[in-house]
Design a protein around this ligand. Sequence first.
Ligand code: CUA
Length: 372
Amino acid sequence: MKLNRYAIYILVGAIFIAIGVIVGLTVRVFPVAASAEAVAVDSLFNFMLAIAVVIFLIVEGGIIYSIIRFRRRPGDETDGAPIHGNTALEITWTAIPAVIVFVLAIYSYQVYLTIRNPEPKDNEVRIGVIGQQFAWKFVYEMPEDNDPNVTPELRERIKQYMIDSTLYVPLNRPVRALIESQDVIHSFYIPEFRIKQDATPGRVSEAYFTPIEKGEWWVVCAELCGVGHAAMSQINRVVVLEQSEFDQYIAQLYAKAKETASDPRSPEVGKQLIMNKYACGACHILDDAGLVGNIGPSLNGIATRAEGHAERGEGLVGGTDAAAYIRGSIVNPNLYLVPGYAAGIMPQNYGNPNVMSEDDLEAIVNYLLTIR
Ligand code: CUA
């Protein structure tokens, strides 16, 4: 009789464990595992899921069994048996979870060490990730260039344009993401890679991943960063490319950056200067460049308004066209004041070529002429 009961315990236990193993091996609750790190994270999760299923079956099975087996029979008015304590049982239900927690702790720590390994790898790709309200941008390393016309100074300028709003990564190569923020805390998150890392202003954080599947997914922001936070998760894509496609992409990006940098008065350069070099965004709104200041007049539609000012001859410097109005507003801002804005708030020293070079000024004018 006693032997029989233990045989039943073992049989039921074996069935529960079998169900747990099957669930752990087959049920998939996460999106596709597209990085080597995702595989490690998922195997840890599935291991925990299998254990949880076994415990769930034991607890819920025990409850259901007891409800049926020990229910009150008709005419039974007695109290239940007065049972107090069972040392063997208590030791068992403390010892087994302790072992489980200990095993899980070691296993998770191993997975953590695998996915958070800052050791430089031989063939790693380094990509800058910059969070800003409310989009990501990605900074790529420059390829080698044997062109003798590319001076170190020009190369420095080219570097500023190795930026894209899409994250391209090569298949099967370790990626080191160097994550920064331009404003508030964002969180760089790619669910398919199981990688999440805060972007904190004032420091560079790192994340590591090796894409193992070709595809295209969203780069998500996982930190409430302002009114545009929700939208920030559906702006930038991550695209996994073959190595050859990635090389081709970098070559194209570099060629474009070189072209931009070689033409220092181009509108594209002006945009970069407005965004990065001069603090226009502290006071002006300009949607195209993501400027959100609200101290001075908005620059949205400035080219159209500049044409009207040019026709009326207001605030012109160095010409009679729309460009002359924009140039005048920068180098001699008090010449014409937009109604409602006081004199002297706009910096007065941009007419000084040591503060703003002729190239920079023209690039900014050319850029603002495209803002209709
Ligand atoms: Cu950036 Cu949320």
